[in-house]
Design a protein around this ligand. Structure first.
Ligand code: SF4
Length: 399
């Protein structure tokens, strides 16, 4: 738009498409080639995550899983390891489940039907519409966070878009503005407008192609739209991160339950506030421990609460260790060296746990998740399926 607002005469869609032809993003990795599989994968990854963050993950995924069939056939551990660091791990489990569904029910082809796509795990109305519009040019309106912001400002829609009443109005506006042609480009264009010009904090109205009839801009009320979610205090929780070492200096990790925080990922054991670490480890892993030292706590913010994690160093004790101690599928022992960083990242540990281990063991982790083995081979971050020997109390490495 070269600093000039276009006239109001052209439709919203026409002005947006004219702007998109010059300024839109047309070289994103999922745009060429623009298959339904690639669009779906990118749309799921882009939920709550920015484009720049998604691109390297997308490229690793496509290299390893080029289509629905390969993703559907993969082990969930490998898929989770490639996802590690993107957060919101339920998306990853849904992604895998949806790939299996497409592979088995639709013979590996994304259906061209809004209801069918919306029925796939992890795919909501807006994501389904974006997939069909971009993959097949279907005429469906989208309403992701960026589009809500653009439309709420452009039409001055008051109220938090999370309420059904406000959302219904925005959906209606989004549908009214759809063009008859170029649906794939239009969908990308309105997302680009929200992501690059009509940003949350610093909208560039002087370059906006729809500024001429934007009510919030005309009335200098941009800050009012969209309304914020009514404030609610985020709960605060505490937990203990258990760093259990055996006599070889290997540390215990466990696979977390499939639901809840870090569902299905490998992690150091976590004892909830008030939960006995000794009891937890005895019941879940058949081992007894003796606490050695408490390290400084650190915090991690989840969407709905904040978690304060206090690492507790423990060692195995041999006094009344149960005789039935044995290898368990949800338990691994890792030997960590200074060069373990990348290997640890490949396991798919939650980011705060990986960060803690990196700080404690002075590791050089680059979060290169290309390692497919959920528990890499010995000598770096090695896994040992062998029974952990009960050991004498030993001092922990220096902090
Ligand atoms: S004029 Fe400003 S507030 Fe209105 S849609 Fe464009 S960038 Fe957003």
């Amino acid at each position: 738009m070269s600093g000039r607002n276009p006239a109001v005469g052209a439709s919203f869609a026409d002005r947006l498409l004219a702007w998109f032809d010059v300024h839109g993003r047309s070289n994103l990795p999922w745009q060429t080639p623009r298959s339904a599989y690639r669009v779906w994968l990118s749309e799921v990854m882009l939920q709550q995550t920015q484009v720049a963050t998604v691109i390297p993950y997308f490229e690793r995924f496509i290299a390893r899983f080029p289509d629905f069939a390969s993703l559907a056939a993969a082990d969930i551990d490998e898929v989770l390891a490639l996802w590690a660091g993107l957060g919101y791990y339920a998306r990853c489990r849904n992604l895998h489940a949806a790939a299996k569904q497409v592979a088995s029910v639709y013979r590996g082809e994304m259906p061209n039907d809004l209801e069918a796509v919306q029925a796939l795990p992890g795919v909501g109305r807006s994501t389904a519409a974006a997939i069909l519009a971009q993959a097949y040019g279907a005429r469906h309106a989208i309403l992701d966070g960026n589009v809500k912001r653009v439309l709420a400002r452009h039409a001055a829609i008051a109220g938090w878009p999370g309420t059904p009443k406000v959302a219904d109005r925005l959906w209606a506006i989004s549908e009214q503005k759809l063009p008859m042609t170029r649906l794939a480009d239009y969908t990308q264009a309105i997302m680009d407008l929200g992501a690059t010009l009509c940003t949350a904090r610093a909208p560039a109205c002087e370059r906006c192609p729809v500024a001429a009839d934007c009510i919030a801009h005309r009335e200098a009320r941009i800050g009012e739209f969209p309304s914020s979610k009514p404030a609610k205090a985020r709960p605060y929780r505490r937990a203990t991160l258990l760093v259990v070492e055996n006599e070889q200096g290997a540390i215990l990790i466990e696979r977390r339950p499939p639901t809840g925080i870090w569902g299905g990922l490998w992690s150091l054991p976590v004892a909830a506030e008030g939960e006995s670490a000794d009891e937890l480890l005895r019941q879940r892993h058949g081992i007894r421990i003796e606490p050695i030292d408490t390290l400084p706590a650190f915090r991690h913010a989840f969407t709905h609460f904040e978690l304060e994690l206090t690492p507790l160093l423990c060692t195995l004790i041999d006094d009344d260790a149960p005789t039935e101690v044995r290898e368990r599928p949800d338990q691994r022992w890792l030997t960590i060296s200074a060069r373990s960083g990348d290997a640890l990242a490949g396991i798919g540990l939650p980011a705060p746990v990986l960060g803690f281990l990196s700080r404690r063991y002075a590791l050089n982790a680059t979060n290169d998740t290309s390692t497919s083995d959920p528990c890499p081979a010995p000598s770096t971050a090695s896994s040992s399926g062998s029974k952990p020997k009960a050991s004498r109390v030993r001092r922990s490495p220096a902090r």
